[in-house]
Design a protein around this ligand. Structure first.
Ligand code: GLU
Length: 914
């Protein structure tokens, strides 16, 4: 009995204790929603329901009010009704928009009611009563800025929906003025406009060839923008989008079927197990309270829902904890009487700020003294929802944590590369790419159509990285020139920019201007601009080079003058009395005088003097000597000039080129020079600030006809065919080396004018850059690049390679002086012909004189002519037959007598008369 009584007393005391200490107190929470089925309602219901069920110290009820965004007076009325209610409110959650938040903050601050916010606001109205679970916008902006920096975009467009949100972009915009130019990004900030049609802005982005876009707008707007981007082809490979919305995980981007890279951020740790448990509770709450059986995916949890959960959970846990030490009551208050404040308000807020949350969806949660949230984790998600690339939290500052190692990332890119057939653009041009001839004449297809350095290079890279590729020729055959007027590129550059090609390989120079719009691999060949010029030997291929010292005009004038002067001299000699001489000096009173200056002798005299050989006949008269002297003077000057000029020509042959360097070219204007139109060589001269190159550029631009050519082969041909080597071509040393190996009339002049590289071009932001770089490095380290160059520059040459001797020889060859030999042969030939004619004429005379047949006379004369040992010739021909008559004999005898006398007394004329 005693035991039973004892038990009864214990139970009574326990019941009293329970009643006093653990009896459920009621607390009302005021919540301001936007609409009836606001997303945030479920977490509030779930947390309070679960708490009321399990921990019965406080029974939470919810006073939810729907307020409209822009009606502050209505919101004020509803809030005041809420606090003025019999039960009052222990805290106010909300409001969801910035328009009414100032009013709500002021009421709560005046009455010291805790105000718990889950939306971004400006600075807190009251540091004592407000706690905001939404990440501090400045920190969030910092995190977004850091994440965008980690994307390494050289340029991007920011499309924003409202100016109010620009605070979130402030750190992104700072990227434009980064510490170094290398890290700085060029930013194109554009408002999205009213919508719903955003195509105009998107078209602008497309026209500006921007591939990186940051969308700062609500999720619904972002989806609309992305759909329209898809329509105009802006959701293709190589386009990158970054969405600033923290709710992007709730959207199924796969439905867009985009090839573009879409990167998003969120603050909810969807991978955590807590979220699964929490959404399960939400489902149970729905089932128990509303009898609705729903399924909630963690990916459907919006940020505001998660933040509301974290806020209410934290509030309930904090109040429950505070309630143990000192009871938390609710009080009826009035907006009109702010002298009466909520007694527990400041205690609750202060405790919530310092107490670490037990369970939350947006871990970690920490507040500063002003109730601003100072800790959270920003996850960077790419493509699929699960693909969390990395994360950032404020304590990381300027760091960014990646979720995977560099190797894992590399492996992923390799997998992507191997899953594709890479399109490689190029253009024809030996030795980089040439059309291949099928051995049996069958038409070739695909990559088999081509051969050359570029083909081998990409084949080696593809083999190293194990990917497939298809080669194609760019439509216009150009490498890539930027047109300032149309603001467009052409050639390979254009195909890369239009994303028609994944790679471009040829003699494509890596230039600053090009690198601004495309990505380049590491260089695979180094080179420089050089001068291609014609070897001076080329001049000596002219057999008649000995004519060069005088121009054709001078030769013609001299020849004409020679004939004219001869005729003039002939007349002067006939007029001059001193030229008429006694033909027989022994005869003191000759009956006749003789003038030796017939036209033949005049020709001989003038020829002898102009040939500087003199003549055995000389004039004697005053006038004739004067005229001859004048001719000799003329001949002296002409011969000396010719000799001097010829010597100069021969010296020029031996001393090599007249230009040795770019300075030499710039210093003269006789030899024209140019380069390939639209290539990097032209850009080099156009943009150079070096005085010599500026001068050269000016000369090139002013030259008429144009000194620019469409291609390297055209330039080369122009050098080869230009008369008197009056054209030099500025071309890249690698190509020059290739051409001068077999075109022996061409040579390089001087050193390279600059130093640059060929590299493989890829669309800006291509993920394959790193892989291609590693392949190029591998080929370089294993000497394969050298081997390939040797193969195409030396081994695979069909033409004969010039011997180095041939190229440097400066001595004159037979060909150089062949013309002079030719003149000699022709002269001798003519002399022989004349001699033969004279011989025949003499034979004919002999046959007539000796009354023998022409044949006999010919035989006798030939026999005599070829009897080389006979030094004297009889004046009379030996008659062939003894049948010669005595009369003939006696006449011949008398003739020979007369002839010998005549030769003594110069009686030739008598002979002739006879
Ligand atoms: N390699 C040059 C380019 O990429 C073309 C040749 C040249 O300009 O000499 O434009």
């Amino acid at each position: 009995m005693k035991f039973f009584l004892g038990n009864i007393i214990f139970l009574f005391i326990f019941a009293c204790y329970n009643y006093y200490c653990l009896a459920s107190d009621a607390l009302t929470i005021g919540v301001l929603f936007n609409n009836n089925d606001a997303d945030e309602q479920l977490p509030v219901e779930s947390v309070t329901y679960a708490n009321n069920l399990i921990d019965q110290r406080i029974n939470y009820t919810c006073n939810a009010q729907i307020i409209s965004d822009d009606d502050t007076s209505e919101a004020n009325k509803k809030l005041c009704e809420m606090v003025n209610n019999k039960t009052g409110v222990a805290a106010v959650f909300g409001p969801p928009s910035g328009h009414t938040s100032a009013m709500v903050e002021s009421v709560c601050a005046a009455l010291e009611i805790p105000l718990i916010q889950i939306y971004p606001t400006k600075e807190p109205f009251s540091e004592y009563t407000t706690i905001n679970f939404y990440p501090n916008p400045k920190l969030l902006a910092k995190g977004i800025g850091r994440i965008v920096k980690s994307l390494h975009w050289k340029s991007f467009a920011v499309l924003y929906e409202s100016d109010e949100n620009l605070v979130l972009l402030q750190d992104i915009l700072k990227l434009e003025k980064s510490d170094s130019e290398e890290n700085a990004s060029s930013i194109n900030l554009k408002p999205l406009g009213q919508g719903p049609d955003y195509r105009v802005v998107l078209k602008d982005v497309q026209d500006s060839r921007e591939v990186n876009v940051i969308l700062d707008c609500s999720l619904s707007t972002a989806m609309r923008v992305l759909r329209q981007a898809k329509d105009i082809g802006l959701l293709e490979k190589y386009y990158n989008y970054f969405l600033t919305s923290l709710d992007a995980h709730t959207m199924d981007f796969e439905s867009l079927n985009a090839n573009a890279n879409i990167t998003t951020i969120r603050i909810i740790d969807i991978a955590s197990e807590d979220i699964t448990q929490i959404v399960k509770n939400w489902e149970l709450t729905k089932l128990h309270k509303k009898k609705e059986n729903i399924h909630i995916s963690p990916y459907s949890v919006t940020t505001s829902k998660a933040l509301m959960y974290d806020a209410i959970r934290h509030f309930v846990d904090s109040v429950n904890a505070l309630h143990v030490t000192q009871k938390i009551h609710q009080e009826q208050l009035s907006c009109d009487d702010t002298t009466k404040k909520y007694e527990n308000g400041l205690r609750i807020t202060a405790y919530m700020k310092i107490r670490p949350p037990t369970l939350s969806l947006t871990n970690p949660i920490k507040f500063d003294d002003y109730g601003r949230r100072t800790n959270f984790t920003l996850y960077l998600v790419q493509g699929f929802r699960e693909n969390v690339l990395g994360y950032w939290y404020p304590d990381l500052g300027n760091q960014f944590k990646l979720n995977f190692s560099a190797n894992e990332y590399q492996e992923k890119i390799v997998r992507d590369l191997q899953a594709e057939t890479i399109r490689v653009a190029s253009r024809l041009g030996a030795p980089y790419l040439m059309l291949k001839q099928s051995p049996n004449g069958d038409p070739l297809e695909g990559n088999a159509r081509f051969e050359g350095y570029s083909m081998d290079l990409i084949s080696e890279i593809a083999e190293f990285l194990n990917f497939k590729f298809e080669f194609y020729l760019v439509g216009d055959g150009q490498i890539g020139k930027y047109d300032e007027n149309t603001k467009q590129w052409n050639g390979l550059m254009r195909d890369i920019l239009d994303h028609k090609a994944d790679l471009a390989i040829c003699d494509l120079s890596l230039t600053h201007q090009r690198q601004k719009v495309v990505d380049f691999s590491l260089p695979f060949m180094s080179l420089g601009i050089s001068i291609l010029y014609k070897h001076s030997e080329a001049k000596s291929f002219n057999m008649f080079a000995f004519l060069d010292p005088f121009s054709t005009d001078v030769w013609v004038y001299t020849a004409t003058l020679y004939l004219t002067v001869t005729i003039v001299l002939y007349f002067v000699f006939r007029l001059s009395p001193d030229e008429w001489e006694n033909p027989h000096p022994c005869d003191e009173n000759p009956e006749e005088l003789e003038n030796i200056w017939d036209i033949k002798n005049c020709l001989w005299l003038t020829l002898g003097s102009i040939m500087a050989q003199g003549c055995d006949l000389l004039p004697k008269g005053m006038s004739s000597r004067t005229s001859s002297a004048m001719w000799w003077f003329f001949s002296l000057i002409m011969t000396s000039s010719y000799t001097a000029n010829l010597a100069a020509f021969l010296t020029a042959e031996k001393s090599g080129p007249t230009i040795e360097s770019a300075e030499d070219l710039a210093a003269q204007s006789k030899i024209k020079y140019g380069c390939m139109e639209g290539g990097s060589t032209q850009s080099f001269f156009r943009e150079s600030t070096f005085p010599t190159f500026q001068k050269m550029w000016l000369q090139m631009v002013q030259s008429q006809p144009s000194v620019f050519v469409d291609s390297n082969p055209d330039g080369l041909k122009r050098v080869q065919t230009s008369k008197n080597s009056l054209y030099a071509f500025l071309m890249e040393s690698t190509q020059l080396e290739y051409e001068t190996k077999t075109k022996c009339d061409l040579k390089q002049v001087g050193q390279n004018l600059d130093s640059k590289f060929y590299a493989i071009a890829m669309p800006m932001g291509s993920s394959y850059v790193g892989l291609i770089n590693s392949a190029v490095l591998h080929l370089s380290e294993t000497n394969r690049l050298q081997d390939l160059k040797k193969k195409w520059w030396e081994e695979k040459r069909n033409e004969t390679v010039c011997s180095s001797k041939e190229q440097v020889s400066s001595s004159l060859t037979l060909i150089n002086v062949g013309g002079i030999f030719g003149v000699l042969y022709v002269g001798i030939g003519i002399a022989y012909f004349i001699a033969f004619c004279e011989f025949l004429w003499n034979v004919k005379n002999v046959s007539v004189e000796e009354h023998i047949s022409f044949k006999d006379a010919l035989k006798i004369e030939l026999k005599f002519a070829f009897s080389f040992w006979i030094k004297r010739k009889k004046t009379k021909c030996p008659t062939p037959s003894p049948s010669s008559s005595p009369s003939v004999k006696s006449r011949s005898k008398s003739r020979s007598l007369l002839r010998s006398a005549g030769s003594f007394f110069s009686l030739n004329r008598l002979n002739n008369k006879e």
